[in-house]
Design a protein around this ligand. Structure first.
Ligand code: ZN
Length: 239
């Protein structure tokens, strides 16, 4: 398989860890609140949350050291191992880094900030367009764009029917996820779309059984959408 590419992917994931921690620190705030820029313990203004401890009081500023590095290195290493040195790996890896940040923020504050989901549309589209040019596969790019639009439209429909189950952040995240899934094929789009709801339902049932949640406890859907997408990309053959 693609061991060298996997090592390069894991190294890129490690390097992206501080960026993810900074995004999680800055954006793990309620929807209408301004981005966080000061240490939660001593209030000193942090120029950057890239360091994992506040330079004044040594408080962990977002997540414990190494958490984001290990998460993104694992995801990027696995994707690189499966996809190999193909042009679309750049699009997949870029979205994976963004998704580690988004899933973490959604777990902490139940939101998927538009400041992260909206830029994913032009960036993923441009990276996949470049991949289509390099590999002379314009049909795949067209399918990716259509799949992104279709998955976002499907989530929008569900959000309109059942607004208590998913929000506009989930709808916005569905577009770029649909694009990378659609690059691979239509079946992965369907599979990941269904798997995200199945996993979310299972997690809810487990939490209920363990009495860690009530029937009306909201669960963030974003982490399950992200997990389903990258699991499906990892198991999709014939790339
Ligand atoms: Zn501090």
């Amino acid at each position: 398989m693609h061991l060298t590419t996997a090592v390069a992917g894991a190294a890129a994931g490690l390097a992206a860890g501080p960026w993810i921690r900074a995004a999680v620190f800055r954006l793990s705030v309620p929807p209408d609140a301004p981005d966080r820029t000061a240490c939660p313990r001593c209030g000193s203004r942090l120029r950057s949350a890239i360091a994992c401890r506040c330079p004044s009081c040594r408080e962990h500023v977002a997540l414990r050291c190494g958490v984001t590095e290990i998460a993104s290195a694992t995801v990027l290493g696995s994707i690189a191992y499966t996809v190999g040195p193909r042009p679309e790996l750049v699009a997949f890896a870029w979205l994976a880094v963004l998704c580690v940040a988004l899933a973490t923020i959604d777990l902490i504050v139940y939101r998927l900030p538009e400041s992260l989901t909206l830029p994913a549309y032009p960036v993923v589209a441009a990276l996949l367009a470049g991949s289509a040019l390099l590999s002379s596969e314009p049909g795949r790019f067209l399918r990716a764009v259509l799949a992104g639009a279709a998955l976002a439209a499907g989530y929008l429909l569900l959000a309109l029917i059942r607004p208590s189950d998913l929000g506009f952040g989930d709808v916005l995240l569905a577009g770029p996820l649909g694009m990378v899934l659609g690059w691979t094929g239509w079946r992965p789009v369907l599979l990941a779309g269904m798997l995200s709801f199945v996993l979310c339902g299972l997690a809810g049932a487990v939490l209920l059984a363990l009495r860690r949640a009530r029937a009306d406890t909201p669960l963030p859907l974003g982490p399950f959408m992200v997990y389903a997408t990258f699991v499906v990309l990892l198991i999709t053959p014939g790339r």
